[in-house]
Ligand binder design. Structure first.
Ligand SMILES: [Fe+2]
Length: 248
């Protein structure tokens, strides 16, 4: 059995269980969800998602640099390499917002404005997500950045395919074209970098398995709250569409 399974996963299972039991996640993959709500959710997810995604390359690079300083050569180099693979991913989200807004404005009455959507204030969960990364990178165990990545990647792998098939069912296959970020992230990253680094990390410091799992669980928990914020703000926008009516 891998060390990840043996030492780490028992502590993240309660957080991971919420991916399939949380009412928000269940609603997002429910074929009975109102099409307008699901479509507006994705517009919020990609608009807010820029704030969540833009710093990722820098977070991983800085965690890598700190690991190198702490003498963790292989992990540090692994993180620096992985950071380069994350470069520019937030741009996919911006492109997706533009595509989704274009489709929305053609088909729905309320007009949305991409720049205004991208300028929305971050929610509490979004700020907490950034704060967790900053605290982790500058804290005693910067390598815990890997656990954060590992849990968020696992979320994409577990929830992503269900989400995308619900999009195809509820909104039609054409809408999938506007979801390049999600499509890219429902696949395991090219070389399974996060799971390899997790295994290596646990070999090096098995005594930190629980701390790593707690950081990973916290990140997952915050990300699920973020998805809840996206759904809540999507519904709020649908209830008060006059706030959004903007002449483009
Ligand atoms: Fe990414």
């Amino acid at each position: 059995m891998s060390l990840v399974k043996e030492l780490y996963e028992p502590y993240v299972l309660p957080a991971r269980a919420r991916i399939s039991t949380d009412p928000v996640m269940r609603r997002l993959v429910d074929p009975a969800i109102e099409p307008e709500v699901l479509e507006r959710f994705f517009i919020q997810y990609h608009s807010f998602g820029v704030y969540m995604t833009e710093p990722v390359e820098g977070w991983i690079r800085r965690a890598g640099q700190r690991c190198l300083l702490l003498g963790m050569d292989s992990i540090g180099k692994g993180l620096l390499k992985h950071a380069r693979q994350e470069a520019g991913h937030h741009q996919m989200m911006i492109d997706d917002v533009r595509m989704l807004v274009r489709r929305w404005n053609i088909r729905r009455r309320a007009m949305l404005h991409t720049e205004r959507l991208l300028a929305q204030h971050p929610t509490d969960a979004m700020r907490t997500y950034r704060h967790l990364h900053e605290a982790t990178i500058s804290g005693e165990l910067p390598a815990a950045q890997i656990a954060i990545e590992f849990e968020i990647e696992n979320l994409s792998l577990v929830l992503g395919p269900h989400l995308l098939s619900n999009v195809a069912r509820v909104l039609g296959r054409e809408t999938l074209e506007g979801l390049s970020f999600l499509k890219e992230h429902v696949q395991l990253d090219m070389n399974g970098a996060n799971s390899r680094m997790m295994e290596e990390l646990l070999q090096m410091m098995p005594e930190n398995a629980r701390t790593l799992a707690e950081t990973g669980s916290e990140a997952l928990d915050i990300y699920l709250r973020f998805l809840g914020d996206c759904l809540q703000s999507a519904e709020a926008a649908l209830w008060s569409p006059q706030d959004e009516a903007v002449a483009c």
